[in-house]
Ligand binder design. Structure first.
Ligand SMILES: Nc1ncnc2c1ncn2[C@@H]1O[C@H](COS(=O)(=O)NC(=O)[C@@H](N)CO)[C@@H](O)[C@H]1O
Length: 419
């Protein structure tokens, strides 16, 4: 969401963001509707004032004057409620259009309609050269009986899995390890429900627009979130946070649910793209200061890179294009990890700065040191998401006899050199 006065004062910038982010939004229609709503409210106030002025004359009026005054007051009141009736529809339409206003992308973002315009910022880590034919993660799993990817389908349908044995243990320890690493960086570990109300999805930005990617619990008017970001964005909604309590830093652990409605046929083999997964999420609420947001963006990215370096997974950092970063983003850097069997880097992390775009939607405010109340800034990044991270982890560390040598950071966790 953007402030209307910002939109009016920065018309060109907003129009450019609408174009660069491929948003179907007619700014004239939005501003005309806003003008109609404001004119309607002014007219209602005038009519109410007129009715009050008329009523004030009642006490000194003669009986026939009273009849006339009563008629005038009734007419003014009827006119005001008629306008009020029209207004409620217009205000709902205005709110729906306001929710489609894009966050202004930062000037360094590649301008383009989709991910083909993304650029690589940096590549880190040597891609391993195997002196044997490497297996893909599914073959490694089957060889070591580390998951059930087939019989579970008759129970839970496609894109579901059971991790088994040491791989099941590894996932649980990985989540705890990631949570602890981010907690050691000063973030408060917090477990977060995937169950959330519709308003939380509107606040975070998943709605309107991505309802079909979200599992719904219609009997309870609830939905299942695909990321802890949904609940964390609304946890402090409606509060006015004191400046000395900022930044609020959360390391959010939650199950994540995604319908992957638009992904038919994509990544159908194995663990890359599933309906339910676990994720540790880095989340920041900070003051409405672009420099602070930029610092936190770099910090969140750095923490994710630290985890990947500890897991000894080669990766690259992506500068995401205006058309690919999503409606509310100011900036988004994905991190893509090397997947040998695909001979490709695949996204495992996504780091975003949103300035106050989510905070306006979530009514997330703070009182600055100057006493002024402002909307906060929010940022988020993946710390680790499993089972997707298991794909590069298993494949990059496999040995010629189909075992997996654990990176040092995990050997102690798992009590041995091999998974
Ligand atoms: N369907 C899926 N199956 C497995 N992992 C997934 C799936 N969807 C997303 N992920 C993992 O979750 C990470 C974050 O997802 S994201 O949509 O890109 N971004 C977010 O959710 C942000 N809140 C940052 O975490 C992805 O980088 C990927 O590692």
């Amino acid at each position: 969401m953007l402030a209307l006065d910002f939109v009016k004062a920065n018309r060109e910038t907003v129009e450019k963001a609408i174009r660069d982010k491929n948003v179907a939004l007619d700014l004239d229609q939005l501003l005309d509707l806003d003008a109609e709503v404001r004119a309607g409210k002014t007219e209602i106030d005038r009519l109410r004032a007129e009715r009050n002025a008329v009523s004030a004359k009642f006490k000194d009026a003669t009986s026939e004057e009273k009849a006339e005054l009563g008629k005038q007051a009734k007419e003014a009141g009827a006119r005001a409620s008629a306008i009020e009736g029209e207004l409620s529809g217009k205000e709902a339409a205005l709110k729906a259009l306001m929710l489609k206003l894009p966050g202004i992308p930062f000037e360094g973002a590649p301008i383009g309609p989709d991910e083909s315009f993304n650029t690589v910022s940096r590549t880190v880590g040597e891609r391993c050269k195997f002196d044997f034919e490497p297996l893909d993660h599914v073959a490694l799993i089957e060889r070591n009986d580390w998951a059930d990817l087939s019989r579970v389908v008759q129970v839970s349908g496609s894109r579901t899995y059971c991790l088994k044995g040491r791989l099941a243990l590894l996932e649980t320890k990985l989540m705890a390890w990631a949570l602890e690493q981010i907690a050691n960086a000063g973030f408060t570990p917090i477990t977060v429900p995937a169950i959330a109300r519709e308003q939380a999805f509107l606040n975070q930005g998943q709605f309107p627009g991505h309802e079909e990617e979200t599992y719904q619990l219609p009997n309870d008017d609830l939905w299942l979130a695909g990321t802890a970001e949904v609940a964390l964005t609304s946890l402090h909604s409606g509060e006015i946070i004191e400046a000395d309590k900022l930044p609020i830093l959360y390391a959010g652990l939650s199950p994540c649910f995604r319908r992957e409605a638009g992904s038919a046929g994509k990544d159908v083999r194995g663990l890359l793209r599933v309906h339910q997964f676990m994720k540790v999420e880095q989340y920041v609420i900070c003051e409405a200061d672009d420099a602070q947001s930029a610092e936190w963006h770099a910090k969140l990215l750095g923490l994710a890179e630290q985890l990947l370096q500890a897991l000894e997974i080669p990766y690259q950092v992506i500068e995401t294009s205006t058309g690919d970063m999503g409606l509310g983003k100011y900036r988004m850097n994905d991190i893509e990890s090397w997947v040998p069997s695909l001979a490709k880097y695949r996204e495992t992390h996504s780091c975003s700065t949103l300035h106050d775009w989510q905070a306006r939607r979530a009514n997330l405010r703070y009182r600055g040191a100057d006493g002024k109340v402002r909307f906060a800034h929010t940022l988020n990044n993946t710390a680790l998401a499993s089972p997707r991270i298991l794909v590069p982890l298993l494949e990059n560390h496999q040995t010629d006899d189909g075992r997996v040598r654990l990176p040092k950071a995990l050997q102690e966790l798992m009590g041995g050199e091999f998974l």
